[in-house]
Design a protein. Structure first.
Length: 265
């Protein structure tokens, strides 16, 4: 059973330092990007940042436990797989977690090979779930873009294009800026704030690819350059990524043109 490795980002959440160290070293050695959290609060913050695909979590942690973390993950806009770790005496709790959306569970003490096989199964299931979710989100985005005919509709569109770009590009950060009477304004952001925090949208008059996986494209409307769409982090950027971002920016530009067109008569 082969590992998806760098295509899957893993969060290990456990209050036992030995478990974090063991699983962190083992999974990194197999090529996975791994984050660790010693309590549920840190785990929730990492999950909300959008940089995690699979969560491997203990059920009992300080402050916020595994079931609470699972509930938080269910509220995310994109699917994230959850594997719960538990002792033999709490199998019923693990089964409850499965009923509430966990992808699988592992009994402690576990074998590392078992952990790896469980992660691969979860990754395969997650891929199918995300393909369905991405199709639904793309359709919703295009429908919103086509029906955007007034300025008050644009804020929803900006949020949707940020979400779609974050997922489509497998990025860690996304931002949308528009240029209005008061100057450039960040109208939508997503993911972990990092490389795009210092990007000056006024300087993006052409498509740009940079370090840290940054790609940025201008948004053009009937009145010229009216915005910028950019992503950062994640996988190395290639021409197909630029084409996807260019297409999203073009759809947003066309919607903005309709929404800002003077009323007839």
């Amino acid at each position: 059973m082969s590992a998806p490795s760098a295509d899957v980002r893993i969060l290990v959440a456990d209050d036992e330092e030995d478990i974090l160290e063991l699983l962190g070293e083992y999974l990194r050695a197999r090529g996975y990007p791994v984050h660790t959290a010693a309590d549920g609060i840190d785990a929730i913050n990492l999950v909300r940042s959008g940089i995690v695909d699979i969560v491997l979590t203990d059920l009992k942690m300080p402050t916020v436990g595994g079931l609470e973390l699972l509930a938080e993950i269910r509220r995310l806009p994109i699917p994230v797989a959850t594997i719960v770790m538990t002792g033999f005496g709490t199998v019923e709790t693990a089964l409850r977690a499965m009923k509430e959306g966990a992808s699988d569970y592992i009994l402690k003490p576990f074998k590392l090979k078992e952990v790896h096989e469980t992660i691969v199964r979860a990754a395969e299931r997650l891929k199918r779930e995300r393909e369905v979710a991405d199709m639904r989100n793309l359709l919703a985005f295009y429908e919103t873009a086509l029906t955007t005919v007034a300025k008050q509709d644009l804020s929803r569109l900006y949020g949707m294009v940020a979400s779609v770009a974050l997922r489509e590009m497998r990025a860690e950060e996304v931002a949308v800026w528009t240029n209005g009477p008061a100057g450039w304004d960040a109208v939508a952001r997503g993911g972990a704030i990092g490389a795009l925090a210092t990007l000056d949208p006024s300087e993006i008059d052409h498509e740009r690819r940079g370090e840290a996986g940054v790609i940025a494209v201008p948004i053009h409307s009937s009145s010229g350059r009216v915005g910028v769409l950019a992503v950062a982090g994640g996988a190395p950027r290639a021409d197909p990524d630029l084409q996807r971002l260019r297409h999203l920016a073009r759809v947003v530009g066309e919607a903005m043109a309709r929404a800002t067109r003077p009323a007839a008569g």
